[in-house]
Design a binder for this molecule. Structure first.
Ligand code: VTB
Length: 327
């Protein structure tokens, strides 16, 4: 029986989400460094779907593996869960950073966000321009329409430091040459990442641990919504603008409810209402450890968060290394 969605989601679900990302992370980690992105992604998808279907939710995937015709599982619109629970929107990426996992490099994650039905931005699979900072800054500090150097000056002033003491995280892509040049022109450092901008954005929330003060650049729109969901829970500010640079993309976005193709979305517009978020490390990262396979045991490291309370929990789990990850 489907129940109506309460304004605040059942807190038990936050912990349940850990099982979902743990399962995906363990599956993907078995294929770390094998150079086969597709295989690693597929096993993560399978594992995540199996676990999701055990949750007491009436869930709909709104950010998933792609449109129904291109993704056999966890496609956009797929219904998941036992149906015996609240109606929820789900954004997921069973393996965020498929290439980094295939190369066994840092910061690939299994990620999921869950929110009341209708609360997540239904973003088409296009690019999104993004800017993000952590929780300590006054509202309205960052501006996607300003240059990186202008934003860096604002952050330095608010933080009470010199611009050359700041580090910006940017995806290592040719399209970011100008952004990188502008950041370096004012003496700030650039941390280039190969993939994984969900982690990149989250890193801004803990500069002391990660060394990252601000995130700039264009990455996937689905990853943007996932990152916004995480920041809703931890705190921070993020803005995103879909890159709808062809009439086809504008039309497709319109069918998903995007009326203004140039709109800058705030974090709260990308992920409204009560939001739950979970991520498990696949490979080691500066936020989460990757999966470790020990003698008869598997170790996982997961962060779960809930926007209603702002609680951020880290869960280190030891699982018996049975052939079937969960029963
Ligand atoms: C980023 C990155 C992801 O897609 O969003 C990127 O964070 C953007 O696409 O891990 P390009 O690779 O085309 O630049 C991913 O790499 C996932 O595919």
């Amino acid at each position: 029986m489907t129940k109506s969605t309460p304004a605040v989601l059942d807190r038990i679900l936050t912990l349940e989400l850990a099982r979902v990302t743990e399962a995906a992370a363990v599956a993907a980690a078995r294929l770390r460094g094998q150079g086969d992105e597709k295989a690693a992604d597929q096993v993560a998808v399978d594992a995540m779907r199996t676990e999701l279907n055990r949750l007491p939710i009436d869930g709909t995937v709104v950010i998933g593996e792609g449109e129904r015709d291109e993704a056999p599982m966890l496609f956009i619109g797929e219904e998941v869960g036992t149906k015996d629970g609240p109606k929820v929107d789900i954004a997921l990426d069973p393996l965020e950073g498929t290439t980094i996992c295939a190369k066994n490099q840092p910061n690939s994650l299994a990620v999921i966000a869950l929110a009341e039905g209708g609360s997540l931005l239904y973003a088409p699979d296009v690019y999104m321009e993004k800017i993000a900072v952590g929780p300590v800054y006054p509202e309205g500090l960052i501006d996607l329409d300003k240059s990186p150097s202008e934003n860096l000056a604002a952050v330095a002033k608010a933080k009470g430091c010199e611009v050359n003491q700041l580090t910006a995280c940017v995806l290592d892509r040719a399209r970011h040459a100008k952004i990188i040049e502008d950041i370096r022109s004012v003496g700030a450092a650039v941390l280039l990442i190969g993939d994984g901008d969900v982690a990149g954005v989250i890193h801004t929330t803990d500069p002391e641990e990660t060394g990252v003060d601000i995130y700039f650049g264009t990455g996937g729109a689905p990853e943007g919504v996932l990152a916004a969901a995480a920041l809703r829970c931890i705190g921070g500010q993020m803005h995103g603008r879909l890159v709808l640079d062809t009439p086809e993309k504008v039309a497709r976005a319109k069918t998903m409810g995007v009326e203004d193709p140039n709109k800058i979305y705030s974090m709260n517009e990308m992920a409204k209402g009560d939001v739950l978020f979970a991520a498990s490390g696949v490979t080691d990262g500066n936020m989460l450890d990757g999966v470790k396979f020990g003698k008869g045991e598997i170790h996982t490291h997961t962060v779960v968060m809930r926007s209603a309370t702002g609680t951020v929990r880290e869960i280190k789990a030891r699982h018996q290394d049975t052939t079937k990850f969960s029963v």
